[in-house]
Design a protein around this ligand. Structure first.
Ligand code: ZN
Ligand code: ZN
Length: 174
């Protein structure tokens, strides 16, 4: 199964310049370290973890602390510039795409792509009486285009597991 990631970026994070302006207005600390993070996150659709951002940032600005990364990410999330994405595989991801979208995870290289499926919020949970579903999240698992092409060349026989709805969050009410 091949999924061409339908990239729908409707609510992007503000530009580094605009963010600097907002941080000044809110009297939040605006340091070169924070501005580096704005730059690293801008147009970043790789869904980085705090640790991977720390790694990249350290190369450009040795001495930057993981704490600064977490603080800045937290502030950006509070301001609605970033969303936290939990794909159920441990690390929390940061996504500057605030538009409604789902994710495709490549089981081979670990890449995470944005996918646009409009019907996810309409999914109904059967046999869940007494539950009020507040959010439906669907994670697609498979192989990305790049890994698929590599596989075709090497005539590997392993097939993509295709569609798998993994996370359906239900919140119980009384
Ligand atoms: Zn891949
Ligand atoms: Zn995303």
């Amino acid at each position: 199964m091949q999924i061409s990631a339908g990239l729908v970026i409707l609510f992007e994070m503000r530009s580094p310049t605009e963010l600097a302006q907002v941080f000044r207005e809110k009297q939040l600390r605006l340091t070169p370290q924070r501005q580096l993070l704005f730059n690293l996150l801008h147009d970043n659709n790789s869904h980085p973890t705090a640790e991977s951002l720390f790694e990249t940032a350290s190369k450009q600005m040795p001495g930057i602390s993981l704490r600064t990364i977490y603080q800045t990410l937290g502030e950006l999330a509070d301001m609605g510039e970033l969303q936290l994405v939990d794909l159920g595989n441990g690390a929390m991801r940061f996504d500057p795409n605030m538009g409604e979208h789902q994710h495709f995870v490549c089981g081979s290289c670990g890449a995470i792509h944005d996918v646009d499926i409009t019907s996810a919020p309409k999914l109904r949970a059967g046999s869940a009486e007494g539950f009020a579903v507040e959010e439906v999240g669907v994670v697609f698992h498979g192989r990305c285009n790049r890994c698929n092409q590599g596989e075709q060349k090497s005539h590997h026989s392993k097939r993509s597991p295709g569609f798998q709805a993994k996370k359906i969050k239900q919140v119980k009410t009384n």
